[in-house]
Design a binder for this molecule. Structure first.
Ligand code: CDP
Ligand code: MG
Length: 178
């Protein structure tokens, strides 16, 4: 009798563990978090929009896992915007991005890259004011250049941009590049 009871317990315990493990594993998959790079550009910092933008970020369900304020130099901006090096607006862009400090943040949540891009709105802030009046660029941007915020456009861009400003200190952890 005692032996039967022990065998019943051990079988059911294995079953219970299996259920807990399977449930735990699937809920992990459901909540995979993604990181993206957000930047408040010189016009946003100078215009005192940092607190308002951070409130929008947090109210939209993102965590800000890393944050630095930094004066970018020309070389860093050229590396950051390397895909635009041949564009006619590039030299003005470099001038604009080095005109004052920027606030750089790593945002984290499910679908962070696409959700942050959706929240900031179109590149041209004038267009954003008409078509996406609730967007961040509609709130604080002025033009197709002075659009006050940046967001990574793909997982590859996010990884590259994060590594430009933050370094891994231990697996999964990042800290500011000095
Ligand atoms: O920032 P986003 O990814 O929306 O736009 P982009 O096409 O990757 O351009 C990068 C940045 O270049 C923009 O955010 C603007 O500051 C600037 N730009 C500009 O000065 N003139 C344009 N016609 C387009 C972009
Ligand atoms: Mg872009």
């Amino acid at each position: 009798m005692a032996l039967r009871f022990a065998s019943f317990c051990s079988k059911n315990c294995v079953l219970l563990c299996l259920v807990i493990f399977t449930y735990g594993a699937s809920s992990d998959v459901d909540t995979v978090k993604e990181k993206t790079l957000a930047m408040i550009k010189p016009d946003g910092v100078d215009g005192k929009y940092v607190d308002a933008i951070k409130k929008i970020i947090l109210d939209s369900g993102f965590s800000i896992t890393q944050e630095i304020e930094h004066q970018l130099d020309e070389d860093t901006v050229k590396r950051f915007y390397v895909e635009h090096a041949s564009k006619s607006f590039f030299s003005n862009l470099v001038q604009y991005m080095t005109s004052g400090p920027v606030r750089i943040m790593i945002l984290e949540k499910e679908n962070a890259i696409a959700d942050w891009r959706a929240l900031i709105g179109p590149t041209d802030a004038k267009k954003a004011k008409m078509t996406h009046p609730e967007s961040v660029r509609a709130l604080c941007g002025l033009s197709s250049e002075r659009n006050c915020v940046h967001g990574s456009d793909s997982p590859q861009s996010a990884a590259r941009e994060i590594s430009l400003f933050f370094e891994k200190s231990s697996p999964g952890e990042v800290s500011a590049v000095s």
